[in-house]
Every structure is written in structure tokens, then in C-alpha cells.
Write a protein that binds this ligand. Structure first.
Ligand code: ADP
Ligand code: MG
Length: 270
């Protein structure tokens, strides 16, 4: 590995094809948590709903340039990114326009590698890139998976959670085999956890026995402050740092750094 490559960002997709499982909450709060422990972070919003964009304090309705323009080659990533006003990280935003990219990309060359190529130009400016994926296994998600070193899978400890996981695991296997040999599952993150619910305890135990150390130690509790924060255009970690949910995401950021990161401001050895 060259010295330059060793300094490049670690790139992770936050993915789960189910909607409402906590992908966006995980993306923006992990980003803010990593920023607070001194890491340079870029969030890529790959969901036409633009929730990661809004939750980072950027108005999706007034975006001049977005991830759509980057994927279609209308501009560079450096031109389209902007800082989250309170988050401490940069954002490549998305809005409804991105829904059209799915169709427009089909005719382009190397259609599943557009994001990877765009990120290569800025990767040495960040320690971490976090890609917030849409709730589907679409060409957009495929762009995310092709660009990433790994996948973080947020999941609720509910009865059907394991069932949904097998589709995602199969997709990741296929991308690993055919498109991106670097791709791996970094870990499963238990979110919206309520330890008083026996079923959640049971599913949590099942997850650990099935997936072993692929299950992150940190558990994100159900916490209303995390749900309130997006309407203030802030990650929960910034909005109410003392809240249990915020504390858990800071803990998760530390766990991520310990697992794969490197000391702040120091290049990894070549
Ligand atoms: P996804 O991106 O997978 O669709 P979101 O992150 O948008 O999921 O979360 C879905 C909903 O659940 C949102 O309203 C969000 O605010 C809420 N939510 C997410 N995580 C938590 C949590 N730990 N505690 C309470 N509410 C949460
Ligand atoms: Mg989302």
C-alpha cells in the first residue's frame, strides 16, 4: 500500500434495506461523534429523501449542487459538498432529484462505480466517509457498496430483523465477489434498544451468538432526544450531548475508532 493510500479515508455504508431502522440517525450521529473525537468526516446522503442532509442542518430544497450532480458528472464532489453548520463534518447532500438518477445512470458507463470515482478525489481529506443508503438494494445502494470498505448495519432487535438481514448479507456477498473485493460487514449495530422488552433481549442474544464479534459492543438505546434533533437541523450528539442516546453514539464513535481508526491527525504507517 502506498503512503498516500494509507492516509485515505475509511469509507463505510450505513445500510439496511428496511426503512425506519435508524440508518440516517446512525449516519449523522456517528459522523458528529467522530468529529467530536477529532476525526475529519464526510457524510454522503444517498437517499432521495434527503434526511441526512436536513438532519445535518442543510436545507435540501435549496441545494445548488447535490450527490445527483456528482453521480451524473455535472460537477465534482469538492464543488458540491458543504459543511454541516453545527455537526462538525462535511455533507454531500441529496434531495428528490436523486430519485431520477436511478434511471439516468443506467445508460452511463461504469454506472455502479460513479460514487467510488468521485470519492477518490477527496478521500485524502477525510478520516471517515459515511454513506447513508436508501431503504432499497438499488443502483444507488450499489454505488455506495462499490465505494465502501465496509458496511455498518443498524438494526432493531425485533422478530423479523434477522430475516431481513439475509437479503442484505447476500447482496454484500455478491458485491464482494463481483465488484468490490474489499467490501466486508464491519458490524451490526443494535439501535432503538429497550432492555425492558424481553423479546429485544432475546433477539440481541441471538444476534451475538450468530454473528459474534460482528455485533458492536455499543448499544444505542431508544431515546426521544435523538428523534427530536433532526427538526432542529442537528445530530442528537450536538443537540443534547448529555442525553443517553447522544452518549451512546459518542461511545460508538470511540468503538469505531478503536476497531479501525487511527490516531487523530497522524497518518497510519504505510
Ligand atoms: P432510516 O434512515 O433507516 O429510515 P431513521 O434514522 O430515519 O431510519 O429513523 C427512523 C425514525 O426513528 C426517525 O423518526 C428517528 O428519529 C427515529 N429514531 C432513530 N433512532 C432512534 C433512537 N435510538 N431512539 C428514538 N428514536 C429513534
Ligand atoms: Mg434514512
Amino acid at each position: 500500500m502506498s503512503a498516500a493510500a494509507a492516509r485515505d479515508a475509511r469509507i463505510f455504508c450505513v445500510a439496511n434495506q428496511k426503512g425506519g431502522v435508524g440508518k440516517t440517525t446512525t449516519t449523522v450521529n456517528l459522523a458528529a461523534g467522530l468529529a467530536q473525537v477529532g476525526r475529519r468526516v464526510l457524510v454522503v446522503d444517498l437517499d432521495p429523501q434527503g434526511n441526512a442532509t436536513m438532519g445535518s442542518g442543510i436545507d435540501k430544497r435549496t441545494l445548488d449542487l447535490s450527490v445527483y450532480d456528482v453521480l451524473l458528472g455535472n460537477c465534482t464532489l469538492a464543488e458540491a459538498r458543504q459543511p454541516s453548520p453545527k455537526g462538525g463534518y462535511d455533507v454531500l447532500g441529496a434531495n428528490r432529484e436523486l430519485a431520477g438518477a436511478e434511471v439516468e445512470l443506467v445508460d452511463l458507463e461504469r454506472r455502479e462505480r460513479r460514487l467510488k470515482e468521485a470519492l477518490a478525489a477527496v478521500a485524502d481529506g477525510y478520516d471517515f466517509v459515511l454513506i447513508d443508503c436508501p431503504p432499497s438494494l438499488s443502483l444507488l445502494t450499489l454505488n455506495g457498496l462499490c465505494a465502501a470498505h465496509g458496511v455498518i448495519v443498524p438494526m432493531q432487535c425485533e422478530y423479523f430483523a434477522l430475516e431481513g438481514l439475509s437479503d442484505l448479507v447476500n447482496t454484500i456477498r455478491q458485491v464482494h465477489a463481483n465488484l468490490n473485493p474489499e467490501l466486508q460487514i464491519i458490524g451490526l449495530l443494535r439501535v432503538m434498544y429497550d432492555p425492558r422488552v424481553t423479546l429485544q433481549q432475546q433477539v440481541s442474544e441471538q444476534l451475538k451468538s450468530h454473528f459474534g464479534d460482528k455485533v458492536f459492543n455499543t448499544v444505542i438505546p431508544r431515546n426521544v432526544r435523538l428523534a427530536e434533533a433532526p427538526s432542529y437541523g442537528q445530530p442528537g450528539v450536538v443537540f443534547d450531548p448529555a442525553a443517553k442516546g447522544a452518549q451512546a453514539f459518542i461511545e460508538f464513535a470511540r468503538e469505531m475508532v478503536a476497531r479501525l481508526g487511527r490516531p487523530a491527525g497522524v497518518a497510519a504507517p504505510a
